[in-house]
Design a protein. Structure first.
Length: 209
């Protein structure tokens, strides 16, 4: 097993967990993803215990490279973070498992054994996040934007610039009531309910720059 973490005290603690444990041998340590790739190529571990947030090269990039360069190596992520922005990239990159650093010693040992056998291992909170994401209903399709008229876009541009309805009406030589009508039509087509949301959605869709 190769231990990868940018904190020496963490690496020492993990080595202490596995030293003397039957069936385990720590073949090396690394402080970042670049070192992990080199040490893994040199020692040929069955499992890499990988932290995620490290200098030089983070865990996700290292996992992605290992998957291509050393596909036989299993990677078990061991990190403090269980946010979706951490979990999903690591799993998609090819991690066999994802565990948190507050896991009990016995759970960590079992997880490494399982990873070595190619069995997926997930911390309970991580599994719950993935389940929630998978079970979430698909987002509703966005309303078509080509239905917005040029006048509606003109109104949105002025609203985005911070003008009031009265100022917008004066700039376009139309009545305030007509401005409100254009805004209501734009809201409906963009699937929003107010001025701020309309401007935000228009920027997201590239209608405003």
């Amino acid at each position: 097993m190769l231990i990868v973490d940018d904190h020496p005290i963490v690496r020492d603690g993990l080595r202490g967990v596995f030293d003397g444990e039957p069936g385990f041998e720590v073949v090396g340590e690394a402080a970042d993803g670049v070192q992990a790739l080199a040490r893994s190529a040199e020692s040929g571990p069955d499992v890499v215990l990988m932290d995620l947030r490290m200098p030089t090269m983070g865990g996700v990039d290292a996992i992605r490279r290992l998957r291509v360069e050393q596909p036989a190596v299993r990677v078990l992520v061991l990190t403090t973070y269980d946010t979706e922005s951490d979990v999903l990239p690591a799993i998609e990159a090819g991690a066999t498992g994802y565990l948190l650093k507050d896991a009990p010693r016995e759970d960590l040992i079992r997880a490494v054994r399982a990873a070595a056998a190619g069995q997926p291992v997930l911390a309970p909170t991580v599994a719950q996040r993935l389940m929630t994401r998978v079970q979430a209903p698909p987002a509703a399709a966005a309303p078509a934007t080509d239905a917005l008229t040029e006048r509606e876009l003109e109104v949105l541009r002025l609203v985005a610039a911070g003008t009031t309805n009265r100022e917008t009406a004066r700039s376009l030589f139309i009545s305030e009531a007509t401005v409100k009508t254009h805004l209501l039509h734009a809201y409906a087509k963009l699937g929003v309910r107010d001025r701020a949301a309309a401007v935000s959605e228009a920027y997201k869709r590239g209608l405003l720059t």
